[in-house]
Design a protein around this ligand. Structure first.
Ligand code: AQP
Length: 334
């Protein structure tokens, strides 16, 4: 059986949260046994919005530690930071020349992140999706585990790959990568507003569960999370119309193996406090050990550096072969 090549990345832009874990990282560890996996810390993406250098460095170590603490094994998967493999930036330039302005203009994440300020954000934020396409195509990755917010960028990656193959008459040179998106929990929402994505950059720490939150903090945040004045509803349909409640049900289901119907059958008709107590317990069981391990690893920079160093060597080796072929196809003289 031919192994799939899996690639994904997380930006070192702050403390990782439950959305990053359930939407993406949790799936990384599951995929590493049967596939060839590369997981990067996408520091080049992080600087599309200004980062203080000391914080960027620290966050890069923290994402590395979070990968390891979530079960990614550096013996099975390649873990590296993007800036250390120059092929990402080099291929991104070639793909910038393949990608059309009109395609980038349609990207909703750019519109959301730039808001009314689009004249004043970095041009890197605008071309972010072509760098993401380069991350994936540099390894000819076939599968990309991401949260649903990245689906549009994945579709663009496929369009760019297809156009490169057509323009340069190199049929099937780049495979068209498939997104791997968990259906049930592909978009974890804010604990304060069930219509906004849980996000590192939300100014309220009460909007998210961070992977490094301790037991008491998790309990406090779930206690304060928005629900309803009514008892727990008895049908999925009613819950679907209540964004914050629906989100807590999705989270409950994501950290246990219970379906939403099973959870409803336990709590229907009760007030929300029992539900919240049990949700906190489930989160503490799943998330707190990861947080403890992240903190332990953060005190062992020597080991984190060693993991990144070894990952860099492996990623460079693999990427150089693809980049060399790209340069040949494009017609760059060696
Ligand atoms: N709320 C979420 N629900 C499900 N998946 C999510 N992801 C992020 N937020 C959620 C997935 O996590 C992976 C890494 O994301 P990222 O850190 O590279 O960038 P992001 O999507 O921009 O995450 P944030 O937290 O919202 O960061 P800021 O606030 O800095 O923009 C991706 O696979 C993403 O889908």
């Amino acid at each position: 059986m031919i192994k799939k090549t899996v690639l994904s990345g997380v930006q070192p832009t702050g403390d990782l949260h439950l959305g990053n874990y359930l939407g993406a990282i949790k799936n990384f560890a599951k995929m590493q046994n049967e596939n060839e996996c590369l997981f990067c810390i996408v520091d080049l993406h992080a600087i599309t919005v200004f980062q203080k250098s000391e914080e960027l460095r620290n966050n890069t170590y923290e994402v590395t530690a979070a990968y390891l603490a979530s079960g990614i094994d550096p013996k099975k998967s390649v873990i590296f930071n993007q800036s250390q493999v120059s092929g990402h930036a080099e291929l991104a330039w070639v793909l910038n020349c393949v990608c059309r302005m009109g395609w980038l203009n349609r990207m909703t994440q750019f519109k959301e992140k730039s808001g009314k300020n689009s004249e004043n954000v970095s041009s890197g934020l605008f071309t972010y999706p072509t760098l993401m396409a380069a991350d994936i195509l540099l390894y000819k990755a076939t599968h990309v585990p991401v949260g649903s917010d990245q689906k549009q960028h994945l579709e663009l990656t496929r369009d760019i790959a297809q156009k490169f193959n057509n323009d340069y008459e190199s049929q099937d040179f780049f495979p068209l990568p498939e997104p791997y998106i968990e259906k049930e929990i592909s978009r974890v929402m804010s604990l304060r507003d069930g219509t906004s994505k849980m996000s590192k950059s939300d100014i309220s720490d009460y909007s998210r569960i961070n992977l490094i939150d301790d037991k008491d903090t998790i309990i406090k945040k779930i206690k304060k999370s928005k629900t309803a004045d009514t008892p727990v509803p008895s049908s999925i349909e009613t819950i679907s119309d209540m964004p914050e409640v629906n989100n807590l049900f999705n989270i409950f289901s994501g950290v246990t193996s219970m379906s939403k119907n099973e959870i409803i059958s336990i709590y229907e008709g009760q007030n929300f406090s029992n539900f919240k107590n049990d949700l906190s317990d489930a989160l503490i069981e799943k998330i707190a050990p990861i947080g403890i391990e992240i903190k332990k690893l953060m005190n062992d920079k020597k080991y984190l550096n060693q993991v990144l160093q070894e990952g860099k060597e492996k990623a460079r080796k693999k990427s150089e072969l693809v980049l060399k072929d790209v340069y040949d196809i494009v017609g760059f003289v060696k």
